[in-house]
Design a protein. Structure first.
Length: 239
């Protein structure tokens, strides 16, 4: 009960702040739907590199508890949050929901992100906009140099998946159609993962007015070069 009350307070705070609130609070019906589609399981490592208030980690933990039998190793919940005050909100949220996990303070686009290790499931709604400072972060495995945070987080996600892992990432509507770095990131994503579904969300899902977003669903093949990577793409338009 306390967890639900706390979630209500977070949602109310996000709706009152309006601008920028979606960077740390993803609407919970969307979170629940995404988690239901990815179906996390016991024993899996579940990661959110832009954890915000921890919604994806909490709902993944709830899904596992509701759909898995007793016993067996619990899932490993791991998040990263850049803003100290938001991280505190996430830690409190996990505690009140009896979800055992870690939310590290830092930037997943820094060397910290490379230390997180591979994940079975990645669920995230990364912040929009450009990264401060010149050039890309000092992570050589992120091969496409750009200051666009959506493209950088997308690179982190598809490079951090274990073979057979799956991910859902919320991105701006035009992120896959940008030129230069966008083209290179798109080509790398399609070559390394099976981008099987794009869910186009209607305007108004997030609190910032006029923000149009998509959810990219993709998985990493069990074996490199397994063939038919991104051979078929489903697009669901809810606009």
């Amino acid at each position: 009960g306390l967890g639900e009350l706390y979630e209500g307070l977070l949602e109310k705070n996000a709706s009152e702040l309006k601008s920028g609130a979606g960077q740390y609070f993803t609407p919970r019906p969307l979170v629940a739907s995404i988690v239901h589609l990815l179906r996390p399981r016991r024993g899996e490592s579940i990661q959110d590199p832009a954890a915000g208030t921890g919604g994806f980690l909490i709902y993944a933990d709830r899904y596992i508890k509701d759909h898995s039998g007793p016993g067996g190793p619990a899932a490993r919940l791991l998040g990263v949050e850049l803003v100290p005050s938001t991280r505190r909100l996430a830690l409190m949220n996990l505690t009140l929901h009896d979800a055992v996990g870690e939310v590290l303070l830092g930037d997943a686009l820094s060397s910290l992100g490379a230390e997180l290790g591979p994940a079975d499931v990645i669920l995230t709604n990364p912040p929009f906009g450009n990264k401060r400072g010149a050039g890309a972060p000092a992570r050589p495995e992120l091969r496409v140099a750009t200051r666009n945070k959506q493209l950088l987080f997308l690179q982190h996600c598809y490079r951090s998946l274990k073979p057979g892992g799956r991910a859902a990432v919320v991105v701006p509507d035009n992120v896959l159609f940008e030129e230069h770095a966008g083209t290179a990131t798109r080509a790398e994503l399609l070559a390394t993962c099976n981008l099987h579904t794009i869910l186009r969300l209607p305007t108004g899902i997030f609190y910032a007015p006029g923000v149009k977003t998509n959810v990219l669903f993709f998985s990493r093949p069990l074996r490199p070069g397994a063939g038919d990577v991104s051979a078929r793409l489903w697009i669901y338009d809810l606009c």
